[in-house]
Design a protein around this ligand. Sequence first.
Ligand SMILES: [Zn+2]
Length: 126
Amino acid sequence: MITCAADNCPSTQDTRIDGNLITLFPFPEDDQRKNQWLRNCDLLLSDDEPLYLCELHFEESYFTESKDLKPNAIPTIFDKKEELLIKQEEIMSQTTPPKQKQINELTLRTPPQSPFVQDNVSLFFI
Ligand SMILES: [Zn+2]
């Protein structure tokens, strides 16, 4: 029995979507890509058994016309992972310092008048 390695995914080789058997893809042979898949799935490398992911975790753009995976395909669709990404973006936008604004305020400020001019003005009012 082949099952999907993704956390919380119930897909097996017998799972059907709209009457068609779901497609399970073996992890890539290439170490770099394999590690990328494992990272995206929050999985540790396992040499004991071959791992598979079902088609639900790949964006449509990663499929060829014959429903094969493209060589550069990476699984990106995981419920948990998406929540994490949204949280990370929120944290990023909160901690970004408003540097650009500060610089603008400084450059907009008029230069201070020279002491010579200020002296003249005070003398005039006395
Ligand atoms: Zn799956």
